[in-house]
Design a protein around this ligand. Structure first.
Ligand SMILES: Nc1ccn([C@@H]2O[C@H](COP(=O)(O)OP(=O)(O)OP(=O)(O)O)[C@@H](O)[C@H]2O)c(=O)n1
Ligand SMILES: C[C@](O)(CO)[C@H](O)COP(=O)(O)O
Length: 237
């Protein structure tokens, strides 16, 4: 099943506190966003990439695309004030029946799960990667615990999320009309009372958000480089 991917990369990276868009932080000599894009460049089922950027960074993104000879980037769409608006701006340029939305800040996505995700979206209309929560989660207000949430049914949602393009466009339109602001795109489908399937992801598919995440990122890259050299390595991220 072919798909196009919308990659929102127009944030400011405030929590990373790097003084620049975290997409351009280099890991092993390559910008975060380049690590992310190359996964889709290498996937024959991905027929196009729509990068959503801060227009002020157009030159930097173009330079990066040329530096790594990325050939699938079909559009640099303008980002919005919130992630949801950025994604919507990108979706307007998609044309495949199934479309992925993947955070530019998640560079460690790996190919095998992409197929599973596309198949799930084709079957059920929408699918998201997620992993079971490892910590106990509590609802807290003003520094006081209100409740401990039963952990057995809690999952930490990741991207890519995959959708029928017609359905996700309608869901974004409806969210605009009703001034609904979600933190992921699957929630826009859920509020339309449509099914979202969960595909189990990897704990390595982290979103680079705060400085500590860069330390984990370096370790993941080092491990994967070791695996690439020595296939006998049994542990892996
Ligand atoms: N207005 C926005 C906000 C976020 N994003 C993108 O959505 C992804 C996930 O968002 P997040 O990790 O929160 O990135 P930032 O918004 O940059 O981070 P922060 O909230 O710390 O500023 C990132 O790839 C980010 O670039 C976007 O395209 N447009
Ligand atoms: C979409 C997402 O990555 C799923 O976990 C997450 O909600 C993005 O949150 P952010 O605050 O916009 O990074």
């Amino acid at each position: 099943m072919n798909y196009e991917v919308v990659i929102p990369a127009a944030g400011q990276g405030k929590r990373m506190n790097a003084g620049k868009n975290k997409q351009f932080i280099e890991l092993e000599g390559k910008p975060v966003i380049a690590h992310t894009i190359e996964v889709f460049e290498a996937d024959p089922s991905c027929t196009g990439i729509i990068l959503v950027i801060n227009e002020a960074e157009h030159g930097e993104f173009m330079e990066m695309i040329q530096r790594f000879s990325f050939s699938k980037v079909k559009k640099l769409a303008g980002g919005g004030a919130e992630r949801q608006e950025s994604v919507y701006n990108g979706l307007k340029h998609a044309s495949t029946d199934i479309v992925f939305v993947h955070d530019g800040a998640r560079p460690f996505i790996e190919n095998p799960v992409l197929k599973e995700l596309a198949a799930a979206a084709e079957l059920d209309g929408a699918a998201t990667l997620a992993v079971p929560v490892k910590d106990t989660i509590k609802r807290v207000e003003n520094g006081e615990v209100l409740e401990t949430v039963e952990r057995s049914s809690l999952w930490a949602v990741q991207t890519p999320q995959a959708f029928r393009l017609s359905a996700i466009l309608k869901a974004h339109e409806d969210a605009v009309v009703h001034h609904y602001q979600g933190t992921d795109d699957a929630s826009l489908i859920e509020r339309m009372n449509q099914k979202v399937t969960v595909v189990t992801g990897s704990y390595a598919n982290l979103k680079l958000t705060t400085p500590e995440d860069l330390l984990i990122a370096e370790a993941i890259l080092k491990q994967r480089k070791g695996e690439a050299k020595d296939d006998t390595n049994r542990t892996g991220f």
